[in-house]
Design a binder for this molecule. Structure first.
Ligand code: NDP
Length: 320
């Protein structure tokens, strides 16, 4: 039997590439000297795509060049990089990698929260710069007594909340729907959540529905002691409004893992002493990235062996 041909759009963890190569003929688009010419000559034979946010948007224009495409396996739980409506219209299944990264990302969110409030990176820079002998590092704000609002109490948001319980802080949340089994207070909008808390952790999906839901008004509602942690997607936060709120101290500080135009981060943000900036690494431990990579490959393997991927996204359901 001929091996299905898989197009990998962008550099991917070796565990995915190795596992895919055992079953499929794998083409590495990013290594092609002329990707457009490659799609022209090979596109008709491609039955699966493996992709990640490193590649731009997987959209209908690409689907049109891959007429035999059956499945897109995306690396990551967020899949705002894939036009799922266009995929669904063409009968193409899209998969993501939920679950295997929840604990890692929740750990990171807590780390970033503490680093931001207690100014850990700033203290590290202070010591390395030889400033300690000249006097103690300035006293920091505190996590004590805070109310933490979780914007998006899904798989990862719940793990963040569970960890926060150990820190004895008040917890609240916003999602589009109130969850019957959840006992934290629910607020019907991001603004109402921000009005009820002083610390906001964003962990919703990206895309049009959540674009700039953290805007100037929401930031102002957090108040002068306010802290924003964004481990969701850059598009969720109005970055210009955030920079202004940090510059004029409308809020106290922000801890950011994601940006509107990655990997480009506005210089104005880098100049701010009250921003802790991370290069989109919330899931980026070796163990977790390996698990995500294996799930990308396993989705493709399950699809071509049984016609049933392991973790299809809800927008492209597969008949059971
Ligand atoms: P889930 O689908 O499990 O949870 C998403 C939550 O967001 C749900 O509780 C949902 O509640 C809420 N939500 C969805 N849409 C909206 C909306 N329009 N307005 C308000 N709330 C909304 O996803 P995960 O917890 O697994 O992941 C969440 C996101 O985190 C990912 O999509 C990804 O973008 C980001 N992420 C970032 C990482 C990083 O490296 N920084 C790593 C991993 C994930 P409801 O349906 O009630 O609205």
């Amino acid at each position: 039997m001929t091996r299905p041909e898989i197009l990998v759009t962008s550099p991917m963890h070796a565990a995915a590439l190795g596992k895919m190569a055992e079953t499929f003929t794998v083409h590495r688009l990013w290594e092609q000297p002329d990707p457009a010419a490659f799609l022209q000559s090979h596109g008709a034979r491609i039955r699966g795509v493996a992709t990640s946010t490193l590649y731009g948007r997987i959209d209908d224009a690409l689907f049109a060049r891959l007429p035999a495409l059956e499945i897109v396996a995306s690396f990551g739980v967020g899949y705002d990089n894939v036009d799922v409506a266009a995929a669904a219209a063409r009968g193409i299944v899209v998969t993501n990698t939920p679950g295997v990264l929840d604990a890692e990302v929740a750990d990171f969110a807590i780390g970033l929260l503490l680093a931001t409030i207690r100014r850990l990176p700033q203290a590290d820079r202070f010591l390395r710069a030889g400033q300690w002998p000249d006097g103690a590092f300035a006293l920091s704000p505190t996590l004590r007594g805070r109310t933490v609002g979780i914007l998006g109490l899904g798989g990862i948001g719940k793990q963040i909340a569970r960890r926060l319980e150990g820190f004895d802080v008040a917890i609240a949340y916003h999602g589009r729907t109130k969850q019957a089994a959840v006992r934290y207070p629910w607020y019907a909008s991001p603004l109402e959540l921000a009005q009820a808390c002083d610390t906001l952790i964003a962990i919703v999906p990206g895309g049009a529905a959540t674009r700039h839901i953290v805007n100037a008004e929401v930031l102002a509602a957090l108040g002068a002691n306010g802290v924003l942690v964004n481990v969701a997607r850059g598009s969720v936060v109005d970055e210009d409004a955030l920079i202004a709120a940090l510059q004029d101290r409308t809020i106290l500080a922000a801890g950011l893992d994601v940006y509107e135009d990655e990997p480009h981060v506005p210089p104005a943000l880098l100049d701010l002493p009250n921003a802790v900036v991370m290069p989109h690494i919330a899931s980026a431990s070796e163990a977790t990235r390996s698990a995500m990579a294996r799930l990308v490959a396993d989705n493709l393997i399950a699809w071509f062996a049984e016609g049933r991927p392991l973790t299809a996204v809800p927008e492209t359901p597969v008949a059971k």
